[in-house]
Design a binder for this molecule. Sequence first.
Ligand code: SF4
Length: 244
Amino acid sequence: MSVPEGLLFGDQIAASRLAERFFALDAEKLLRLAIEDLFPGRIALVSSFGADSAVLLHMISRIDRATPVLFIDTLHLFPETLAYRDALVARLGLSKIITLKPDPAALAREDPDAFLWAQDPDRCCAIRKVQPLAKALEGFEAWITGRKRFQSATRANLPLFEADGPRIKLNPLARWTQADIDAYFDRHDLPRHELVAKNYLSIGCVPCTSPIRPGEDPRAGRWRGRAKTECGVHFALPEAGADI
Ligand code: SF4
């Protein structure tokens, strides 16, 4: 299946057309379509190796184990996340994990004590997450995220395809529920992130993640007590090298 060239570049019309055209496909078929037909060799999965990440990682292992997986190591991650990453990569045979780290010069200049998260979490996310990802995505036309509508009110209208500057962003699990995720884990006997059993249902950096309480959204434990709800990688990414 081929897509007219004009649809491969991110603008909202292109994203809406893709969403409309491929609305009926389930998550794995959408992924296969994107990896094999729409953006062959030009698409990456961005994975946090968090609570639900094994679902998409498992799907791409069945489509193409050499699909690039971008993993942002902010240097503030839980050791359990790094262990989970290593275990999943070995189990699924993924062969192209690309670990992104903050620019040492930016850290030395702006966060020498690794305490910026407390003073200015937006800036901390900018130099530890947004900037490394923007640079890494330079070589891709599309990227895949694991976001779901049920995770929070701010994600309730998440589309299957989004424009992201010059790129397309694909959210194959947008329509999934927690029950869908749990069933997928069970069906494929996938291991869980160790912190899920401790009620961390969305897992980011150590200083900015807490367990959730009964009745809360899965992402309620992120930046608890602050107005911040997103790290910024899902806002329009700046061009790599831009001062963000
Ligand atoms: S989640 Fe917290 S520690 Fe991690 S990059 Fe953002 S502000 Fe910094």
